[in-house]
Design a protein around this ligand. Structure first.
Ligand code: FAD
Length: 477
């Protein structure tokens, strides 16, 4: 009889190109899997209903995938520190496999799970799956982690990349006795997001599950990737992959992603297309840069990386913050972006930078409030990417440029020149002349007629003020 081994899914909700799962299958044909609805994560106050909806949908699709190969994905509504060892023990598992994560909570949790499994004399095997290169693989000549992206990219891109891991094809099913034991260890039917208390009725940018993510990747690589370098900056265009939530939950494997870029490069007829593919790869590397950063510097999750911003005297005006959250600042490009996120659970990258700069540099609100609000709304909300993006936009992170301040009007002029994006999300401003719309120069009468607020602050005044505060802070730190 084959040994039973347990695979613990976390942010790798797929059976294709899953390294840890492939290793488990190599260890034994009798693999059974589990996912924990972890109260330490789901009970936090920064969980987006859209994200839970995507996750539950992806788990449902994963259960279907397991059913197709004769396997089983159990669901536990429990703290994994107790739930995983209890289930492994109840099933008589000989080994537990899982893939590492970079987040500080994951470290602590995984150490506790490993220790409990060791006590129960159950083997534990772990590996890196969510990154093309593990944090230990990409370090400077002196063995230190990188804190600047360019040398990181140089090193990261020079290393050869692994092929996708073999898909799970078949597994041995469980006996009735084993199924009953799993049930007595607390496994439950997969609840809906609503049953968990998360209501999200709007459509998501990408359907959950492996198949939708693979189709999206194929579609992107067959078309938009060829123009990615320029198109990715225009929020009115569908110029990016929309794969961020799939990557956050590991609904698609990073090696699969890389292999798709290798194929696209081979098929491309021009150097121009190859260059566009390279630019998309750079974004994949940004994702890894921020994950490595969080792994080596877990304190990033708590506050600013750069000294000058660590004790910055943020004003945190509550009225300003609320206007920003609601998309009612009176700055059209900022408000359009916030409404896109509030309504869809996703925001274009260019706009994430614009609204983050606006909150911190114009409204002088602590970036951590914006970071949390993003986590409460984004369906791709991910600690490392979100924190990295916010710290970059605040000029508090791993960015060699000391201070960046975005001018909303210039950004709109450059990246939404026809006002298409603004009009989509601010229908009340549809009739405003394009030039005025993108410059945010709409007279008070027109604003009143449209029911659109007057600007809550003056960008020119506020950016001057921020620069002064920044200089003062530099002198005292
Ligand atoms: P594409 O342009 O197709 O890029 C492909 C993939 O590369 C993305 O899916 C993502 O996984 C990764 N990627 C791209 N840009 C970045 C980046 N700057 N940093 C890290 N990874 C990147 N991304 C998240 O996945 N989750 C977040 O919570 C998140 N919060 C952000 C907050 C701010 C303030 C900023 C400025 C950026 C944030 N990003 C975040 C990064 C980026 O905006 C999104 O990854 C991107 O918009 C997702 O769209 P896409 O999948 O079409 O990206």
């Amino acid at each position: 009889m084959s040994d039973l081994v347990l695979f613990w899914h976390r942010r790798d909700l797929r059976i294709s190109d899953n390294l840890g799962l492939a290793m488990a299958r190599q260890r034994s044909p009798k693999v059974v899997s589990v996912f924990c609805l972890d109260p330490n994560i789901l009970d936090r106050d920064d969980v987006a209903p859209a994200r839970v909806t995507y996750m539950i949908g992806s788990l449902r699709s994963l259960q279907d995938r397991y059913a197709q190969v004769g396997g089983q994905l159990f669901i536990l509504n429990a703290d994994p520190r107790q739930g995983v060892p209890q289930l492994a023990t109840a099933l008589g598992a000989k080994a537990v496999f899982f893939n590492w994560d970079v987040e500080p909570y994951a470290h602590e949790r995984d150490r506790a799970v490993i220790s409990a499994l060791n006590d129960a004399k159950i083997e534990v095997t772990t590996c890196w799956d969510q990154l093309l290169h593990s944090p230990e693989e990409i370090q400077s000549g002196s063995g230190a982690p990188y804190t600047v992206y360019s040398p990181f990219w140089k090193n990261w891109s020079s290393k050869s990349k692994a092929e996708p891991a073999p898909d799970l094809k078949t597994v041995e099913g469980l006996s009735d006795r084993e199924l009953a034991e799993a049930q007595s260890a607390g496994t439950i039917a997969l609840p809906t997001a609503k049953e968990l208390g998360f209501v999200w009725d709007n459509p998501l940018m990408l359907d959950p599950g492996e198949q939708a993510a693979q189709e999206r990747l194929d579609e992107f690589c067959s078309r938009a990737i060829a123009n990615y370098r320029d198109q990715r900056n225009y929020p009115a265009q569908l110029g990016t992959s929309l794969l961020s939530a799939a990557l956050k939950f590991g609904v698609i494997g990073v090696r699969t992603l890389w292999a798709a870029t290798v194929d696209a490069t081979k098929q491309s007829r021009s150097d121009e297309t190859k260059e566009n593919i390279r630019v998309w790869r750079q974004e994949i590397a940004w994702r890894e840069f921020y994950q490595h950063a969080l792994y080596f510097f877990p304190e990033l999750a708590e506050g600013a990386y750069r000294k000058v911003l660590k004790t910055f005297p943020w004003e945190n005006n509550e009225t300003y913050f609320q206007a920003w959250c609601d998309g009612k600042t009176g700055y059209p490009i900022v408000d359009a972006a916030m409404r896109q996120m509030n309504e869809t659970g996703w925001m274009h990258n260019r706009c994430r930078m614009i609204v983050a700069s606006f909150l911190t540099k114009d409204l002088v609100v602590d970036y951590r409030l914006g970071e949390k609000y993003f986590m409460q709304r984004l369906y791709d909300g991910d600690l490392s990417a979100n924190n990295g993006g916010w710290q970059w936009s605040t000029s508090s992170g791993m960015d060699p440029k000391p201070l960046r301040i975005f001018n909303p009007a210039s950004q709109a002029k450059k990246f939404d020149p026809d006002g298409e994006y603004i009009r989509e999300w601010l229908p009340e401003l549809r009739r405003v002349e394009t030039e005025h719309l993108i410059a945010g120069k709409i007279d008070d009468d027109e604003r009143d007629r449209a029911g659109y607020p007057k600007p809550i602050i003056d960008h020119v005044v506020q950016q001057r003020k921020f620069k002064e505060m920044y200089q003062q802070q530099k002198q005292i730190t």
